[in-house]
Design a protein around this ligand. Structure first.
Ligand code: GDP
Ligand code: MG
Length: 315
């Protein structure tokens, strides 16, 4: 008996999806939501993400590799310029662009700057407009936020593939699912780029450093803006149950060091405790975390310091 022809197999799709937008719109939150794990730190303060972070979501018929970028803004120091350059390069490397905006505020100059960058860098790539934080606005408010106009002009219109309203933080995944489906629709047919258990290109020690930075920013509120970076000096699995980590928090001024330490080192202890809990969840063992604070004057302006602190810069 001749066999009936097999139904055509669903082709596998894979590609790079860049998350761009101005600072603080929820790009990193969205990445973590899709991956189901914190690979990028999140904070209510802008410019938290400093390097491009890769995170892969592998599904039965597709692999989506997200590139989470530092927010696009007008740089005021060398580090800022490096961050914006990286975002531009990630757009040029991507198959699909997800432009994240914050529905709780009307479009502003910074959103127009992102549109400008996409006009320069996105070429023919499909652009998906993600209207994020929909949980925090009502329909009438949302209707007064003409983000879609930014896709049309001024200048060359962008290749708009879809406009999706969603919330990166809402319990309901409906909006995130709708955006994911729109992404899948745009992905090229391709074999996967990474093995299916690959989650992120961030080494554990880099995520650990970021988790310390997140807690240092959180615990000090607005007192030490961005003049803070963390280097993990040692990361050792002492046993199956215990990881030893020594990290240094670099600040630009003695006054920042004093704030970080707090009276009798109390602030630092609080930061250490909070970061240790986060890192324990990440590595799955108990963690012994030793933290130091050092002053490195003007590190954000100093190409040599930036290089030495792990940022890619031309010196
Ligand atoms: P990024 O700079 O674009 O990466 O933004 P983050 O992911 O760091 O998020 C900035 C702030 O917005 C954080 O305080 C998040 O908790 C918050 N946030 C992100 N997504 C949402 C959302 O969908 N709804 C609400 N209400 N807040 C959000
Ligand atoms: Mg971010």
């Amino acid at each position: 008996m001749p066999q009936p022809p097999a139904p055509p197999a669903t082709p596998f799709r894979a590609g790079f999806v860049v998350l761009v937008g101005k600072p603080n719109v929820g790009k990193s939150t969205l990445l973590n939501a899709y991956l189901g794990q914190k690979v990028a730190i999140v904070s209510p303060r802008p410019q938290t993400t400093r390097t491009v972070i890769r995170g892969a979501l592998t599904l039965p018929t597709a692999q989506v590799i997200f590139l989470d970028t530092p927010g696009i803004h007008r740089p005021v120091h060398r580090l800022g310029a490096v961050m914006v350059e990286q975002a531009g390069r990630a757009v040029a490397d991507a198959d699909v662009v997800v432009w994240v905006v914050d529905l709780t505020t009307p479009p502003d100059e910074a959103d127009r700057a992102v549109a400008g960058l996409l006009r320069e860098q996105a070429g023919e790539r499909p652009v998906l407009l993600a209207l994020n934080k929909a949980d925090a606005v009502d329909d009438a408010e949302a209707a007064g936020r003409p983000y879609g106009d930014l896709l049309r002009g001024p200048g060359r219109p962008l290749q708009c593939a879809a406009v999706v309203r969603l919330s990166a933080t809402a319990r309901s995944a409906a909006g995130r699912q709708a955006l994911l489906e729109a992404i899948l629709h745009c992905l090229p047919e391709s074999p996967p780029y990474y093995p299916d258990d690959f989650l992120t290109d961030q080494p554990l020690r880099a995520i650990a450093a970021e988790l310390v930075r997140e807690q240092a920013m959180r615990c000090t509120h607005d007192e030490i803006p961005h003049a803070l970076t963390v280097v993990v000096d040692e990361f050792k699995e002492r046993s199956a149950e215990m990881t030893y980590i020594a990290a240094t928090v670099y600040v630009e001024r003695e006054s920042h060091k004093a704030i970080l330490l707090g009276r009798d080192g109390r602030m630092m202890k609080q930061i250490g405790r909070a970061a240790r809990r986060e890192i324990e969840a990440l590595v799955g063992t108990r963690v012994y975390l030793e933290l130091w604070v050092k002053v490195r004057k003007n590190w954000r302006q100093d190409p040599q310091a930036l290089h030495w602190l792990g940022f890619e810069v031309e010196r």
